[in-house]
Design a protein around this ligand. Structure first.
Ligand code: GYE
Length: 342
């Protein structure tokens, strides 16, 4: 692949001189299947098949845009983007299609961890390298090249630490604290890791209690309908905290609270916590509606591109690459909002 490398090097040099015009955080409509058009250099581009989960959240849109901005012909790539449309079956089928096309690499962002044994084994046998990103797959890691993403368990722990500090600052550390936990898609690493981290931390406080725990699939619509159904059922007459496993679900929950006349956020009663740290979450923290968002970085394509370049050069790579992430609450949101990239 030396000719590819040389081409890539030249293209990267040009692309680097253009940095600043390439990325956008704008939401764009992503067609179901995109083939990067590269009429002149097609046979020299590195062909990448990318299997996305779907369009369930704003985090996901930022993540998709990052791939579309990074793996472009000008940088030496042809991207075949496949939207999994929130269907694991569709994702698995896409994997077999890409193996058949003999793409140079498959980037897989699985919806759930299970069900990948046969498809990834097939890719390995066919000599098509698979890079897993964002969520993980529950298989022998020798079957794929590397995984790139967040430490979701650590994110859950950080959320609990924030709540401990906040309650202490408010002098409420000995109060009974009733928590509603809104979970993401079941079987997804982001849900598994965050839930484990949260439950581990929460269980250390005898006076904290989870009064309701349920799944809203990471979407704003389900966050709202879940919370509305819960409030209407009267099952949970009192609660102090809502922890939502992503920003979009808590935005939906906010609408439900408003409809029921319940005040929330630093300017209200209910303590509101979520994950992702979207730009909109910063706006809501500044507006006094959200207390904290634990960061989860969707911009993974740059690291993946480096991994691919190492593989092209025949170099050793790591098995796991974790992204660095912080915790942002309403007291500091205004200082950071202008630096946010998604
Ligand atoms: O937090 C959520 C998205 O897997 C980290 O999936 C990702 C999660 C993210 O839909 O907003």
């Amino acid at each position: 692949m030396n000719h590819k490398l040389c081409k890539l090097f030249c293209i990267c040099a040009i692309a680097l001189s253009m940095i600043g015009c390439g990325t956008s955080d704008k939401e764009i409509e992503v067609p179901d299947l995109i083939r990067g058009a590269a009429p002149v250099y097609t046979d020299e581009l590195i062909q990448i098949g990318m299997i996305q989960t779907g369009k369930e959240s704003d985090w996901r849109d930022a993540n998709t845009n990052d791939y579309l901005d990074t793996f472009v012909p000008e940088r030496g790539y042809e991207l075949i983007y496949i939207d999994g449309n929130s269907s694991s079956e569709r994702q698995v089928k896409a994997m077999y299609d890409l193996i058949q096309q003999r793409v140079d690499y498959i980037i897989l962002q699985p919806i759930v961890e299970t069900g990948w044994d046969d498809a990834i084994t097939e890719a390995k046998n066919a000599g098509v390298p698979v890079i897993v990103a964002d969520r993980q797959v529950a298989i022998d890691n020798a079957l794929y090249k590397a995984w790139i993403g967040s430490n979701f368990h650590e994110e859950g722990i950080k959320a609990v630490e924030w709540l401990e500090n906040y309650l202490e600052e408010q002098g409420r550390q000995d109060e009974d604290i009733k928590i509603i936990l809104l979970e993401g898609t079941q079987g997804a690493t982001a849900t598994i890791g965050r839930t484990e981290g949260l439950l581990e931390g929460i269980s250390k406080h005898a006076n904290w209690k989870i009064v309701d725990q349920g799944c809203a699939n990471f979407t704003q619509g389900e966050g709202q309908t879940y919370m509305e159904a819960l409030l209407e059922s009267g099952k949970v007459p009192e609660f102090d905290v809502i922890i939502s496993e992503n920003d979009n679900m808590i935005f939906g929950a906010m609408k439900a609270l408003e409809r029921h006349g319940i005040s929330y956020g630093p300017d209200g009663d209910v303590i509101m916590m979520s994950f992702d740290a979207l730009h909109e979450a910063f706006e809501k923290m500044i507006d006094g509606q959200l207390h904290v968002s634990v960061e989860c970085n969707p911009l993974l394509a740059g690291t993946i591109e480096k991994v691919i370049q190492e593989l092209e050069a025949g170099n050793e790579i790591e098995k796991k690459y974790y992204t660095e992430e912080g915790v942002y609450d309403y007291t500091i949101a205004a200082d950071y909002i202008d630096t946010r990239k998604y």
